[in-house]
Design a protein around this ligand. Structure first.
Ligand code: TMP
Length: 225
C-alpha cells in the first residue's frame, strides 16, 4: 500500500474519510466496524456510517431500494434514489464530522454507484460521475478498501447467514461478475486511492493491514496540518 497524497483534493476538511467497497458478502461491514473500534480505542473520534443509510430520511430511501416488491424500479430511478439517500447522509453526518476533524468510516459510497448502476445496470459511467458529484456534495474518500471475493464465495457466505436476499442481492450471477470487473477497473484508474485486498484472508489479517494503512494516512494528514 502506498501513502501517496494524490487524493488530497478529495475534500477540504481536517478529518479523514475512509470507505469500504466490494460485492455483497465481501466482509465490508465487519471490517468497517473493526476499523472504527480500533481507531476509537486509540482515542480518535470516529463516525461509522453506511451508504445507503444513516439518517432517518436515508434509511427510509434504503428500505425502498432494497424492498423486493420494487422489482419494477428503473435503473435511473435506482440511481437517483441512491444519490438522494447519499446527499442526506453527507449533509447530516459525513460533512459535519469531517469538518470537526473526525475520521469517517463509511460502508460503501460513490464507487458502488459506478459499479452497481454503471457496470451492473448498464448506465453510462459519465452520467453516474455527474450524479455522484451531486449526491456526495463533492466530497470523496481519502482511502477506499476494495475487499475482493468471487461470486461463489459471496453466495456461500450469504447462504450461511440464512438471510432472505434483498432486491439487489436477488440479481443474477453475471450482474455481480460485471460489478466485480467494474471494481477492478476503478482500482486501475485510481491506484493511489483504492487499495484492493483479498477478501478471503482472515478477518484479523485484513483488520491489521487496514488499520496500519489508515494510521499512516492520518499521520500524513497531521504532518501537513
Ligand atoms: P449493503 O447491503 O452493502 O448495505 O448495500 C445495499 C445494496 O445497495 C448493495 O446490494 C449494494 C447496493 N448499492 C448500489 O447498488 N448502489 C450504490 O450506490 C450503493 C451505495 C449501494
Amino acid at each position: 500500500m502506498n501513502n501517496s497524497d494524490s487524493t488530497i483534493h478529495s475534500h477540504p476538511y481536517h478529518g479523514t474519510f475512509i470507505t469500504f467497497e466490494g460485492i455483497d458478502g465481501s466482509g465490508k461491514s465487519i471490517q468497517s466496524k473493526q476499523l472504527a473500534t480500533n481507531l476509537q480505542e486509540r482515542g480518535f473520534k470516529v463516525v461509522l456510517v453506511r451508504d445507503p443509510g444513516g439518517p432517518y430520511i436515508s434509511e427510509q430511501i434504503r428500505s425502498i431500494l432494497l424492498n423486493v416488491k420494487n422489482d419494477g424500479m428503473s435503473p435511473t430511478t435506482e440511481l437517483l434514489l441512491y444519490e438522494a439517500s447519499r446527499a442526506q447522509l453527507v449533509h447530516e453526518q459525513i460533512q459535519p464530522a469531517l469538518e470537526q476533524g473526525a475520521i469517517v468510516v463509511c460502508d460503501r459510497f460513490t464507487d458502488s454507484t459506478i459499479t452497481y448502476q454503471g457496470h451492473g445496470r448498464g448506465l453510462s459511467t459519465d452520467l453516474i460521475r455527474k450524479a455522484n458529484d451531486i449526491g456526495s456534495l463533492g466530497i470523496y474518500p481519502d482511502r477506499t478498501f476494495f475487499l475482493d471475493i468471487d461470486w461463489d464465495e459471496s453466495t456461500r457466505r450469504r447462504s450461511k447467514d440464512n438471510k432472505v436476499a434483498d432486491r439487489m442481492e436477488s440479481n443474477a450471477h453475471t450482474f455481480f461478475e460485471n460489478i466485480r470487473s467494474g471494481y477492478e477497473m476503478l482500482c486501475e484508474e485510481e491506484p493511489d486511492r483504492i487499495v484492493k485486498l483479498n477478501g478471503k484472508q482472515s478477518v484479523e489479517t485484513l483488520e491489521q493491514n487496514i488499520l496500519s494503512d489508515v494510521l499512516l494516512i492520518i499521520d500524513n494528514k497531521q504532518e501537513k496540518g
